[in-house]
Ligand binder design. Sequence first.
Ligand code: GLU
Length: 318
Amino acid sequence: MLDIDTPQPITREELQPLLERLAADAPRCFGEGKVASYIPALAEVEPDQFGIAVCHADGSVQYAGDAATRFSIQSVSKAHALVLAMQQLPPDELWARVGREPSGQAFNSIVQLEVENGVPRNPFINAGALMVTDMLVSKLWMPQNTLRDQIRRLSNTPEVDFDERVARSEMDHKAHNAALGYLMQAYGNIHSDVEMVLDTYFHSCALSMNCIELAKSFAFLANQGVNPFDGQPVLTPVQTRQVNALLLTCGLYDAAGDFAWRVGLPGKSGVGGGIVAILPRRMSICVWSPRLDSYGNSIAGRHALEGLVSGLNVTPLG
Ligand code: GLU
């Protein structure tokens, strides 16, 4: 038998100085990358900020840096939208219209969509999120409010709301996402009014939350599908495992492989600079720093997650 030394995970007391050290080190990354500017309202964000929050599976939180500053969650909301769709639709119906494979393409790529007859590769690229939003629009009376209310419950924060300025700014610069929506409609895969789908999708992206709230809103994925704040099941344990698998393979666009290599946790990024990661059965994590790499992922955020995973002494894939 091989005698492998299993490292002991650090305690909560040891975690706090680790979070503070990661926040203190973050400015080293501030020289690199740019704030997303293709959505004008996002371009105004002060770039040199950094926050980190951990929500343990029991709902308790630890944080450091600018963890209480709200930002635009952008594509992190695609994970929330998928969870709502999994609650609302039978699996056969849902997965007939969107795939579960990494795309290897940019988050808003249209190339693959035409080659693959208007069926998006996965729910975390823009085309896939628009498809999921279409299903929610067909199914729910007020989809964006249902999604917001679910996130309020999951984060145990009734104040979570849309930043209407960001939503409007996205609608004013909708051309690329509109092209994705209308192309899928041309293939018969979008069933509702495309403009309504776009408006709902932009509102989900325009939810304004901080690291603490966002980490809390994903705690159920670290707790076998149960929301620790009210004890209610959100997903079954099997669905929870499936969402985490999809986050690992598709959550960081065409940099998902590199993120898995470096961090080794299921995650979801957004162009607002937030990244959420899940350590199954242990904790959900949110890091935020607005400067992005060329893939649209936060540079300081990813760097901090690498430091956190090595400092935690856990090796979920090892
Ligand atoms: N609202 C953004 C868009 O649709 C989200 C992109 C992202 O965060 O990756 O372009």
